[in-house]
Ligand binder design. Structure first.
Ligand code: GLA
Length: 379
């Protein structure tokens, strides 16, 4: 009997030591696979980034899109929490900017026009009378060049793209670099940088559609949202800012205290009606250019939490108002009305036509830099 106990104890000890060694050995890794070719013959890749805690992100060189993001819930169970497509074709035909890098100008430019240094620049109008998310073929439709730049912080993927002078009507050869890092602290960190050889304007962001219960699993109206924003930019019927920085106090736009997204979304409010829900830029209280908390999203169902910190002055909060069940994505999921939310960190929409907004101009010799971190936890 005694001997049996001793053997059992030794076995348990051995198993625990082995398990511990195994856990320590769980490494952050990066894998690359071919993911098809575009119609003009460009090879596209899919990269799989895994961190030490088992979180996994898939990123494609087509549009630099985040294809999937697997995050643990309060029980430690992983689910993919971003909308996306199972293959390249989905991204080529996509009209919702799922997971993609957005440029040169995130969100809208009124009447597809702006004046810079006294010269009028004309853009393609792809959103009624306005230009949205870069025009006809924005950065979300370009094949980016990838490089593994992993560090001790976690696997990291560098994507670069050279946007030629005049592309989509924007001036200057723009050299853009985006680094995605999946840190071992369960953060998806996105660093954007750019330089130009002529005066230009730019506003880069990422357009991931989040559902913290799992992609395609239902609407996000029960998610609770906190936005560090005491003001927002009201819009006209084309969703172009009027120029006013309006207080959120006393309106359905007040998310300074965590509130369910669905609590007031159908209120009798002109701004909500114009956008068919939330699709507005919030003016962040934090200091532009330094990392500050923009938003916290909590899903009571799964316990997943997403904190968004950024150097940007604004964030577009969009509740998937244009999702209508006509798109089928990964795992055969159908994306219905308000099945996901976007928090697109950015400079304010239509800034080139609003001199009172923080400037989006970039000149030769200057370095554009912007960072946003989506941090995941559970409670
Ligand atoms: C942004 C815009 C929305 C919509 C989506 C993409 O969030 O503000 O109006 O265009 O992108 O569908």
């Amino acid at each position: 009997m005694r001997l049996n106990h001793l053997v059992a104890a030794i076995l348990i000890l051995f198993t625990l030591t082995a398990a511990d060694g195994w856990a320590q050995k769980a490494k952050s890794t990066m894998q690359k696979q071919e993911w098809g070719k575009t119609a003009d013959g460009q090879q596209v890749y899919l990269y799989t980034l895994s961190n030490k805690k088992g979180m996994v992100a898939e990123i494609t060189t087509y549009g630099g899109a985040v294809v999937s993001l697997k995050v643990p819930d309060r029980k430690g169970e992983f689910a993919d929490i971003v909308q996306g497509y199972p293959n390249l074709e989905g991204y080529v035909t996509d009209k919702g900017y799922f997971g993609a890098l957005i440029g040169r100008y995130g969100n809208r430019i009124a009447h597809g026009q702006f004046v810079l240094d006294g010269k009028t620049y004309t853009l393609f109008k792809n959103d009624g009378d306005n230009t949205l998310h870069g025009g006809q073929r924005g950065f979300n439709k370009k094949v980016w060049t990838a490089k593994d730049v992993s560090t001790a912080a976690g696997p990291a993927l560098e994507l670069t793209y050279l946007s030629p002078d005049g592309e989509e009507g924007f001036p200057g050869n723009l050299s853009v670099k985006v680094v995605y890092t999946l840190t071992n602290e369960n953060e998806l960190k996105i660093d954007y940088s750019a330089t130009t050889d002529k005066d230009t304007v730019l506003n880069l962001t990422n357009h991931s559609y989040f559902n913290l219960s799992g992609q395609g699993s239902g609407d996000i109206l029960g998610h609770e949202l906190m936005l560090r924003a005491t003001r927002y930019t009201p819009v006209d019927s084309g969703l172009i800012p009027t120029g006013e920085l309006a207080p959120v106090k006393g309106t359905p736009f007040d998310f300074t205290k965590s509130t369910a997204i669905g609590a007031r979304i159908n209120d009798d409010n002109e701004q909500l009606k114009l956008a068919k829900g939330y699709d507005h830029n919030f003016v962040l209280d934090g200091k532009m250019g330094t990392m500050h908390l923009a938003a916290e999203v909590y899903d009571p169902k799964s316990g997943r939490v997403m904190d968004v910190t950024t150097t940007e002055p604004g964030v577009q909060f969009y509740t998937g108002n244009f999702l209508d069940g006509t798109v089928t994505g990964k795992d055969g999921k159908v994306y219905k009305h308000r099945y996901a939310l976007c928090l697109e960190t950015q400079h304010f929409p239509d800034s080139p036509n609003h001199p009172s907004f923080p400037t989006t101009e970039l000149k030769p010799g200057q370095h554009y830099h912007s960072t946003t971190v989506y941090k995941f936890s559970a409670r």
